[in-house]
Design a protein around this ligand. Structure first.
Ligand code: FEO
Ligand code: CA
Ligand code: CA
Ligand code: CA
Length: 597
């Protein structure tokens, strides 16, 4: 038997794992090991991680917390032995990281430095052996709370971005709440600033602050007591929250480069951004705003992609058109049950509604910089479709179709809220669904067709699930799709976040067949420990290996009563980590050179 599409990655589906299990599970014939963990030092002058003696200074030189988006690129001319890994660090769980009684300012400073990004080089003996990270490698870099970022695009230099620390509104410091991301065709990394709102205390309830989920209450982490920029009521910092909520672009190949925040791609709770080069050579980015009832966006670069011209291509995201999606279904009103409509599919057509075209605002009463800074408010005026939390939005480079992970929305159809529609068909959608978009041969165009690939859940527990017609008794249960990836032949891989609270199993990594008779077949490949989410999947199926970021293991515990000790089981507490899964055959390093052939 061969894997779907002829992929060399054959495996026997694992059974779902109970949500209390503090274990990482892979199929028979595979093993796993951490590549890097929270607190591992990137530089030899960093102290070794010590649970009882943490500091902000140490954390600046160590791998950050809550690894989310992860990407690995081989370093050319190293015969596949070296690679550069990019990882973002979404947030911190101080409740399980720090001993009780830690001074609040010290805790805040450690927390700030544990956010951000990491670039770190990896090394392996050969293609069958596991990767290990390299201390002090040339490309190693931590992006911390005071790392400089330059703004690009129409809102750079706008009054809306000026603060006491950035008088011209052209740069900022730090990145927080980074969630997913994407690899560009020119080798840079994109990362989405998602729940930035949680780091700011703001003035009383302006329409803008409400729409972005900010208010006058103290924040959970209390950074506003340590650094004035986290309180927008401080004089000179009224615009400081405008410095976050962007797509960040990082060049991992140049450790001296200044990362950039691209205002042309709009400001909202960016899950991430993924790029495909359109038939007309414009770069197209797909982006989700991860909030219940928020929107799906598309960016089309003004300039065209030029193969091999990295310097040119690195400007593509600085200037372009921004659209928001409106879907229509073809089956009439939905009853909210999630049952398949009479025509046999959830499907229809859609339109990309322009917000910015040729550098000009298309929104009445808003200048272009305001559309880009207050993108949610701008989009609200053009009636886009309110979605069930768009997480990763990823185009397949094999088929050019675009997949949207709508993770869940328990508010759908509840009192005072938007009811079901064909693209979000389930009332109280706790398990989520996956939309497939077909741009009809014009990736940069304004209209598309769509259908639902999956309406997720455990068929044994849910009345209505849908796997594109594949028999529901033959699939792995799956809930709360979050991050997406493709293998070398175009199979879709989905990692989940939230299954413990919906179907009672730990989150995991799943392969989905997209083509042929098996379309809609879901097979579970890995399961993560208690309270953890599965992030940043990378599937190198030609090497029969995959990587996942295990984020927030044991997050519902406390320092003194941990629920997880993964992956070290040293009696201290859990550590988020990037994990490699690989065949459990003998690795090169295990072979005695004397007896090897
Ligand atoms: Fe940070 Fe949308 O998940
Ligand atoms: Ca997360
Ligand atoms: Ca239909
Ligand atoms: Ca996510």
């Amino acid at each position: 038997p061969t894997a779907p599409g002829g992929s060399p990655l054959e495996f026997t589906t694992i059974q779902p794992v109970e949500h209390t299990a503090d274990e990482f599970t892979v199929p028979e014939g595979f093993r796993w090991q951490p590549v890097i963990k929270w607190g591992d030092k990137l530089f030899s002058d960093a102290p070794d991680f010590d649970w009882e003696d943490q500091s902000a200074e140490a954390q600046r030189l160590q791998f950050g917390y809550n690894n989310d988006y992860t990407e690995i690129q081989e370093i050319p001319h190293t015969s596949g032995r070296r690679a550069v890994m990019f990882v973002n660090h979404e947030y911190t769980n101080e409740n399980i990281m720090l001993p009780p009684g830690t001074d609040p300012e010290v805790a805040a400073r450690i927390g700030m430095e544990a956010h951000g990004l990491s670039v770190v080089e990896l090394e392996r003996e050969n293609a069958d052996s596991p990767y290990e990270y390299v201390v002090d490698a040339d490309l190693n870099r931590r992006f911390v709370a005071d790392t400089r970022y330059d703004f690009t695009g129409p809102a750079a230099g706008s009054e809306l971005l000026r603060t006491a620390d950035s008088r011209r509104g052209r740069h900022t410091r730090g990145t927080f709440g980074n969630c997913s991301g994407g690899l560009t065709p020119w080798g840079t990394l994109l990362s989405g600033e998602e729940n930035f709102n949680g780091y700011f205390r703001t003035a009383a309830d302006s329409a803008e602050n409400k729409r972005y989920g900010m208010g006058a209450e103290p924040t959970v982490r209390g950074w506003e007591d340590v650094d004035p920029r986290f309180d927008t009521t401080n004089e000179g910092y009224e615009n400081s929250a405008h410095h976050f909520g962007w797509i960040v672009e990082v060049d991992p190949w140049d450790p001296e480069s200044t990362p950039r925040k691209h205002t042309a791609m709009g400001r909202f709770k960016h899950e991430g951004a993924n790029i495909i080069i359109a038939e007309d050579r414009h770069a197209v980015a797909y982006m989700g705003d991860d909030e219940k009832f928020d929107y799906l966006y598309k960016f089309v670069s003004r300039k065209k992609y030029v193969e091999g011209n990295t310097r040119h291509n690195m400007q593509l995201l600085e200037d372009g058109d921004l659209y928001v999606a409106r879907f229509s279904g073809n089956s009439g009103p939905m009853d909210g049950s999630g049952e398949v409509p009479a025509d046999g599919s959830f499907d229809g057509t859609g339109t990309w509604i322009p917000l910015v075209v040729d550098g000009e605002s298309r929104v009445e009463g808003m200048d272009v910089d305001e559309v880009l800074v207050r993108t949610r408010l701008a989009a609200d005026t053009v009636s886009p479709t309110k979605m069930d939390r768009c997480e990763d939005v990823q185009p397949s480079l094999t088929s050019r179709k675009v997949y949207v992970a709508c993770t869940n929305n328990d508010g759908r159809g509840t009192e005072g809220k938007e009811g079901p529609d064909e693209v979000n068909p389930r009332t109280v959608n706790r398990d989520g669904h996956v939309v497939e978009i077909d741009e009809l041969g014009n990736q940069s165009g304004a209209s598309f067709a769509w259908n639902l690939l999956l309406v997720c859940g455990d068929p044994e527990q849910n009345d209505a699930t849908y796997f594109s017609g594949f028999p529901t008794e033959k699939v792995s249960p799956i809930s709360c799709p979050d991050n997406l990836a493709f293998d070398s032949v175009g199979n879709l891989w989905i990692s989940t976040d939230g299954a413990p609270s919906t179907i009672g199993f730990n989150d995991g990594l799943f392969r989905v067949t997209l083509d042929g008779k098996q379309r809609g077949r879901v097979e579970q490949f890995a399961s993560v420990p208690v309270d953890a989410e599965t992030c940043g999947p990378i599937v190198h199926d030609q090497d029969r290996t995959a990587f996942v970021s295990v984020q927030h293991p044991g997050e519902d515990g406390s320092y003194e009563k941990q629920t997880s000790y993964w992956p070290e089981f040293a009696g201290t507490g859990p550590k988020p980590a990037v994990v490699q899964i690989l065949p459990s055959t003998v690795s090169f390093s295990d072979v005695d050179p004397e007896t090897a052939e």
